[in-house]
Design a protein around this ligand. Structure first.
Ligand code: PMM
Length: 281
């Protein structure tokens, strides 16, 4: 069964929640609501990775994220910390996080793999080619699906050399990171090959620009005008397709929509069990 990872961004500049959860109390309440809607894991982040975002000081990142990690972990929820900083990863694991979600796959901070190795946490290693300020300049591929698999396999080797057993690694194709429009679709078409390397693969398409571009095209719209609701529906569809390709988990903002979509897909396949035993609506 594919798990649902709900997004709890604790940043004032997140492009997708507009900073509504910048306040810790509101972020915790949002996390609990996502849990009730069927999230199995909550991903807490204190630094935005949206295109063009400024880096934030790790102390500010921790001030934002750690109280939220602690409260959600204390409530018995599996929490991941979305960070590229080893110091933040270690502090979050001490606060109760079980997974370190590093969109740079250990490339942004040379201390990351060693820190995670000794923390005992699992790690999400995403495909990444550079910080958001210049990631599109690095989106040069002859065969993007193959290069994503090859580059991630070498990151797994590097993690193993630092003391992280492959069984603790979750791979992520890094949709939208150093990839433009069609390159994201080509990457997703190759998902089965990544699952073969994995075997735990996380996929994050939620509300991303490539979905808005696809939705805008037939109506000749500006992708920026595509509403959040339409992006959430598209995300539920890509999440089902990712599940069918063998994804271990999908990372989404609208947990209710994606959980419903996954239940429907599983029912079609003959499995009528619900997404989560704690689901309350
Ligand atoms: N995408 C974003 C942030 N963190 N983490 C993982 N593992 N995979 C992703 O695709 C991913 C991520 C950017 O989206 P957001 O700013 O809306 O959270």
């Amino acid at each position: 069964m594919t798990l649902v990872m709900g997004i709890v961004n604790v940043t004032p500049d997140s492009f997708s929640d507009g900073g509504r959860y910048a306040d810790a109390e509101a972020a915790v309440a949002h996390g609990l609501a996502l849990r009730a809607q069927g999230a199995h894991i909550l991903d807490v982040g204190g630094e935005s990775t949206r295109p063009g975002a400024e880096r934030v000081d790790p102390r500010l990142e921790q001030d934002r994220a750690l109280p939220v990690v602690r409260a959600l972990a204390d409530a018995g929820i599996a929490v991941s910390i979305d960070t590229m900083n080893a110091v933040t990863a270690v502090a979050a694991v001490e606060a109760g996080a079980r997974i370190v979600n590093d969109v740079s796959g250990g490339l942004a901070d040379p201390e990351m793999f060693a820190a995670v190795a000794s923390s005992g946490a699992d790690i999400v290693i995403s495909h990444w080619r550079g910080h958001s300020a210049d990631m599109y300049a690095r989106a040069q591929y002859a065969d993007v699906a193959t290069e994503v698999v090859t580059e991630l396999a070498s990151r797994v080797d590097e993690a193993a050399a630092a003391g992280i057993a492959p069984s603790r690694v979750i791979l992520d194709p890094g949709v939208g990171f150093g990839k433009k429009g069609a390159q994201n679709w080509a990457t997703l078409q190759g998902l089965g090959r990544l699952v073969a390397v994995g075997p735990r693969v996380l996929v994050g398409t939620s509300r991303k620009r490539f979905l808005a571009e696809a939705l805008a095209e037939p109506r000749e719209e500006d992708p920026a005008e595509v509403s959040e609701d339409r992006r959430d529906l598209a995300t539920a569809v890509t999440s089902v397709l990712a599940a069918q390709a063998g994804a271990w988990a999908v990372r989404v903002h609208d947990v209710a929509a994606t959980s419903d979509a996954l239940v429907v897909a599983r029912s079609w396949e003959g499995d009528s069990r619900w997404a989560s035993p704690t689901r309350s609506r």
